[in-house]
Design a protein. Structure first.
Length: 111
C-alpha cells in the first residue's frame, strides 16, 4: 500500500511542480516580451507564495516531507517524476530564471 501512496504523491508533486515551473517561465516571458499584465502579476504572486511555503518548511516541499514516510531512497527525485539532476538543482535553476524574469518585469513596468 505504501508504494501506491508514494506513486500518488509523486504524481501530485509533479503536477504541482509543472504548474509552478509554468509560472516561473511566464514571468520570464512577460519580462522579455514586455507583456506585463495581470497574468504576470498572478504568476509572480504564485511563485512568491510557493517561496514562502519553502522558507516555512526549511527549503523542503511539504510533499517531500510526506513522501519521506514512504521511501528511504537517497535520490533527489524519490518524490517526483523528474530527472535526478533536475530534482537536485531545481531550486537553483528556477530561482535564477524567476529572478531574471522578475527583474525584467520590474524594469519594464517601472523604468
Amino acid at each position: 500500500m505504501s508504494k501506491s501512496k508514494l506513486v500518488a504523491i509523486k504524481i501530485i508533486h509533479t503536477i504541482i511542480w509543472a504548474f509552478f515551473a509554468s509560472m516561473v517561465f511566464y514571468t520570464l516571458y512577460a519580462g522579455i516580451s514586455n507583456k506585463v499584465d495581470t497574468y504576470a502579476w498572478i504568476a509572480i504572486g504564485f511563485v512568491l507564495l510557493e517561496s514562502t511555503v519553502l522558507v516555512v518548511f526549511k527549503w523542503y516541499c511539504p510533499l517531500t516531507i510526506v513522501a519521506r514516510k514512504y521511501s528511504d531512497s537517497a535520490k533527489d527525485n524519490f518524490d517526483i517524476y523528474l530527472p535526478n539532476w533536475l530534482a537536485k538543482h531545481n531550486k537553483t535553476i528556477f530561482t535564477i530564471i524567476f529572478v531574471v524574469g522578475l527583474i525584467l518585469v520590474l524594469i519594464r513596468k517601472f523604468i
